[in-house]
Write a protein that binds this ligand. Structure first.
Ligand code: DC
Length: 243
């Protein structure tokens, strides 16, 4: 089987995670949630009394703890030093601090390297985050950038939290989303951006299934065209998606 990397980037609440997971299932690919990795480092620090704003201490934590996914699960379960971490990743204190951790250059170095390694070990992958098409897998065969209005994204996050049995105040979530967008898109290191060769999809007025069907169709069209053989290698990527 040929390697096939599909990247989905975009802001919080754009539907990336759900869409990426469903798209991976439809196409028979594996699924990587890179936000979970930044959240895991954040949770790890908070649980050990390390201030997420203390850059050297957080960098040290990221370099010393072992992150790996259990790929037997669907979606793969992230483990920190062999301890599964699922619920904790979505806790409010983790969400509030994760942008600080994601803006920490040495942390990004560790996680980008780890994501590229995952891409080598799991070469048929749908990967989602903020920098997957721009930095981690610049030669991915198909790149998407999902977006939606901040209001719609807040509505979705609130719904998701309520479905998990958690309290959710939509106005508060909206304010947090605006702050997090601002931090993610203005940070010096790998800011959130739509790669020039990505297909931008506004999901504000689309249901999840509609988005997945649209993306699946675009991937299929793309793969019917001329292909690049190796998304990790130095070869020229010819099968790039266009806006
Ligand atoms: O997608 P998410 O909400 O789980 O992401 C959590 C945080 O991590 C968010 O502030 C953006 C950041 N992030 C990042 O900087 N790069 C990635 N590849 C994934 C997430």
């Amino acid at each position: 089987m040929q390697p096939l990397i599909i990247t989905l980037d975009g802001p919080a609440g754009s539907g990336k995670s759900t869409v990426a997971r469903l798209l991976a299932q439809r196409l028979g690919l594996e699924f990587l949630d890179t936000g979970a990795m930044y959240r895991a480092i954040t949770a790890y620090c908070l649980d050990r009394g390390i201030d997420p704003k203390n850059k050297p201490a957080v960098a040290q934590a990221a370099q010393s703890c072992r992150l790996r996914f259990d790929w037997r699960e669907d979606p793969p379960v992230l483990q920190v030093n062999d301890q599964p971490m699922v619920q904790r990743l979505r806790d409010a204190d983790v969400t509030a601090s994760v942008s600080d951790v994601a803006a920490n250059g040495p942390v990004r170095l560790v996680l980008v390297e780890s994501q590229r390694q995952i891409g080598l070990e799991h070469p048929r992958l749908v990967t989602e985050g903020r920098d997957q098409g721009s930095v981690v897998f610049p030669k991915a065969q198909v790149k998407f950038y999902l977006d939606a209005t901040p209001r719609e994204r807040a509505r979705r996050r609130a719904l998701q939290l309520r479905q998990e049995g958690r309290a959710a105040d939509e106005e508060e979530i909206l304010q947090l989303i605006i702050v997090r967008d601002q931090k993610d898109s203005t940070r010096a290191d790998s800011p959130l951006t739509c790669p020039a060769d990505a297909v931008r999809v506004d999901t504000s007025n689309l249901g999840i299934q509609e988005v997945v069907a649209l993306l699946e169709k675009m991937v299929t069209q793309r793969l019917d065209g001329p292909q690049t053989t190796d998304p990790h290698g130095a070869g020229k990527a010819t099968g790039q998606a266009r806006q």
